[in-house]
Design a binder for this molecule. Structure first.
Ligand SMILES: [Zn+2]
Length: 374
């Protein structure tokens, strides 16, 4: 980056020293285990960009590929350029004449953005005092700031855990205000003659991705199920450990969620409960193709037959619920298979090493009806 010979670099460097230090402290205080994983792709990588140049040890703490890659990119850049990729809050203690910063905007506190068009290349707003905010705005950075404002990452534990999801983004409101949320503890189903589900799964190509909150297999080809007169196409499946669904208060080691969508965008999710036992071939196929880096999609070397993931007994519970992760969208048709399948202790342990707890707590049943195959 070319800088005009002036006093600006000196003023800027002096102004930034406390800001950067606070940013590092902020990171350390905030690095809970779950969040360090969950944030690898978004907020943490942002922090890495801001801190990598001046604090190499902090950058090395990032163990995930995405963050590492971002850090090394940042490290190659000149000091000023690396810092201009985000705005840097200086002090979280609000003076009396300013509104307090909401906890949910920790990663992306509202910062004044100086939008004067280039040139100059870099605009520095110096604070009236240290308690003010310094905003360094390169010409093209505004969209990134806007994006960060609504993408603070949710997690399963800690400050951004399930109790706080609804506050993290307006788009997540249903997580708090919804009345037909999932998962649930399935009790007192109405035993009726439910239609059998027709599964039409066949060996298909697939890709595996570690989403940062679960491992997911994105399925190609045509796999579908037919239930209640509607046909839904299998889009992806992923896992939770322990199971999110409970049956009469019993939680299982894991659950697979097979997410289907019909032509009108309506969702049907089949939950297959998993308990410890013999090796599960479909789960093994997924594990075999697990990418080394979070957020990267790996194309599998061989097809998968998702039929292998289904229990022999196809009876099920069904109820209306929601996605179990933000944005917790409702009107999801849930089909919970009554018979669990088995996975080996080794397979369960491999998943638990990556995600020891990625299950949302059970939600209020409200006045919903659960139907159950006889
Ligand atoms: Zn799920």
């Amino acid at each position: 980056m070319i800088f005009k010979a002036s006093r600006w670099p000196i003023v800027l460097a002096l102004a930034l020293i406390p800001a950067v230090c606070e940013s590092v402290e902020d990171k350390k205080a905030h690095d809970s285990k779950a969040e360090a994983k969950a944030d690898a792709k978004t907020a943490s990588s942002e922090k890495s960009k801001a801190t990598a140049t001046v604090q190499p040890p902090a950058a090395k703490e990032e163990s995930h590929g995405v963050a590492k890659e971002e850090s090394s990119k940042a490290a190659k850049k000149p000091f000023i350029t690396a810092l201009t990729e985000r705005t840097i809050p200086v002090d979280r203690t609000p003076p009396v004449d300013r509104k307090p910063v909401e906890a949910s905007t920790h990663h992306a506190r509202p910062t004044p953005v100086i939008s004067r068009p280039p040139p100059p290349r870099v605009v520095v707003a110096l604070a009236r005092s240290r308690a003010e905010v310094i905003a360094i705005v390169p010409a093209p950075a505004a969209p990134q700031t806007a994006h960060a404002a609504h993408t603070e990452h949710w997690s399963y534990e800690g400050r951004n855990g399930p109790h706080a999801w609804a506050k993290l983004s307006p788009e997540y409101a249903a997580c708090g205000t919804g009345t037909r949320q999932s998962p649930i503890d399935i009790r007192e189903g109405m035993k009726v003659d439910l239609d059998a589900i027709t599964f039409d799964y066949r060996p298909s190509g697939f890709k595996v991705i570690d989403k940062g909150h679960t491992v997911q297999a994105n399925i190609g080809g045509w796999n579908s199920l037919r239930v209640a007169g509607r046909r839904f196409k299998l889009v992806q499946f992923h896992f939770h450990s322990p199971s999110e669904e409970m049956i009469d208060g019993k939680q299982f080691d894991m659950v697979a969620h097979l997410v289907h969508k019909d032509g009108e965008g309506r969702l049907a999710v089949v939950a297959v409960l998993i308990e410890s036992g013999v090796r599960q071939p479909a789960i093994q196929t997924v594990l075999n193709n697990l990418p080394l880096e979070k957020g990267e999609e790996q194309t599998a070397s061989s097809p998968i037959d998702v039929t292998q993931l289904l229990p022999a007994d196809r009876r099920y519970f069904t109820y209306m619920g929601s996605l179990t992760t933000p944005p917790c969208t409702e009107d999801v048709l849930w089909i919970v298979m009554k018979q669990p399948v088995q996975a080996s202790a080794n397979q369960l342990n491999l998943f638990a090493r990556m995600y020891p707890m990625n299950a949302r707590p059970v939600q209020d049943m409200g006045d919903r009806v659960i139907k159950e195959s006889n």
